[in-house]
Design a protein around this ligand. Structure first.
Ligand code: SF4
Length: 385
């Protein structure tokens, strides 16, 4: 296997129905479009792999959208094509995002047979009124069913996505959801707080309220900042007590079950995005695919918005992606990468943030403190050059 690594991301831009808060590149589509899309993706795999022969692949991630709208056969064909075209490592982590309501036992078994060894289930909430508010297509019972299909198919590495900070959500509501999830013993939990994204139905409904909250006023529908912080702190403690490591701002895992694909992203490993609108970072060049479905279906695989990152931009990314990890960044890695000490570039910025209690240093690493996490955007901004 080569020393040079390349993670693969495959974007599946289809969903049964658009959720009210979502601004991802995804939409409902007819079966004929999905079939054409799989064919286009197969072609892209063949074409793009030709220039990637010197890399070995430690992880593959089927993301979306909802990749589990694809049949077991379609995912099997994509996996076969990937194995034929790339040097996928024998113990590679191969993940697929699934939505409750789109899985069945046969499909789950087919995915597993195709070599997929990690599944990520989007639950968001265990409370029906919150699921309805979010515009999710499934009930909590359907989530339980899907979780069971995956376990019975042999998936021993499952993530569950949950979301805090929802309109009308109290600390008790959030605790209810998280306790339900933990009782199922998933290997990984992603706990993000809701972001009100422009262009979504949630933006129309809740952006004024968010502005009020940002201005330090009492929000009417969204939880207060204080409640959000209480949710975050409680999540950390509760998951720690139940054997989960808090390894990234919003991600928790049983020891050894951290998502390798995402850790690679935060460490700025090479990754190649395949499929509509997917982003790539290869040897410090960032680029993406077309976001126009018809173009992609017609075989446009040209690089869009290609930017070769300068040294300063690489340093900034090193800091603000690396600091998302609880282990933070290694001073030695920074030196090995850029041939200069952190202070040689940033002066006393890290020391000042340490004195403010937002960063800490230990054993050659620099990382966010609990307080630093709650103002992480401010901390990261200090490392812009
Ligand atoms: S299922 Fe996921 S990708 Fe699809 S609309 Fe909902 S949040 Fe967006």
């Amino acid at each position: 296997m080569s020393d040079k690594k390349l993670e693969l991301y495959l974007h599946i831009p289809f969903c049964v129905k658009k959720c009210a808060y979502c601004d991802f590149l995804s939409a409902p589509a007819e079966e004929s479009i999905k079939s054409r899309y799989v064919e286009a993706l197969l072609k892209e795999i063949k074409i793009k792999s030709a220039s990637c022969k010197e890399y070995s692949v430690p992880s593959v991630f089927f993301g979306g959208g909802t990749p589990s709208v694809l049949s077991g056969e379609a995912v099997g064909r994509l996996m076969e094509a990937l194995r034929a075209a790339f040097s996928i490592e024998w113990d590679a982590e191969i993940s697929i995002e699934c939505n409750p309501g789109t899985l069945n036992p046969k499909k789950a078994a087919h995915y597993r047979r195709a070599g997929i060894n990690r599944a990520s289930l989007g639950l968001q909430s265990a409370r029906q009124e919150e699921l309805a508010l979010l515009g999710r297509i499934h009930t909590y019972e359907q989530f339980l069913e899907s979780f069971d299909f995956l376990r019975k198919a042999g998936f021993d590495n499952i993530n569950v996505d949950v979301m805090s900070g929802l309109p009308g959500q109290s600390l008790g509501d959030w605790q209810y959801t998280l306790k339900k999830v933990v009782s199922l013993h998933p290997e990984h939990i992603s706990a993000y707080s809701l972001i009100i994204e422009e262009g979504t139905p949630f933006y129309q409904r809740f952006s004024q309220d968010e502005k009020r909250r940002e201005a330090g006023e009492e929000p009417r529908l969204l939880p207060t900042e204080e409640t959000e912080r209480a949710m975050y702190r409680w999540t950390e403690e509760y998951l720690k007590d139940h054997g989960y490591l808090h390894y990234e701002i919003s991600n928790y895992a049983r020891p050894g079950r951290e998502c390798r694909h995402n850790v690679g992203y935060w460490r700025r490993e090479n990754y190649l995005g395949l499929g509509l609108g997917s982003a790539s970072l290869v040897e410090n060049e960032r680029f993406s695919n077309t976001s126009v479905l018809e173009d992609y279906l017609n075989g446009n695989y040209e690089k869009q918005e290609a930017v070769r990152l300068g040294r300063g931009e690489q340093m900034e990314e090193f800091l603000f992606l690396g600091l998302r990890l609880r282990e933070g960044i290694s001073r030695k890695d920074f030196y090995d990468c850029f041939g200069v000490e952190l202070e040689g570039v940033y002066g006393d910025r890290a020391a000042v943030l340490c004195r403010q209690g937002l960063l800490a240093q230990e054993a050659g690493r620099v990382f966010l403190t609990e307080e630093g996490i709650s103002v992480s955007n401010y901390v990261m901004a200090q490392f812009l050059l």
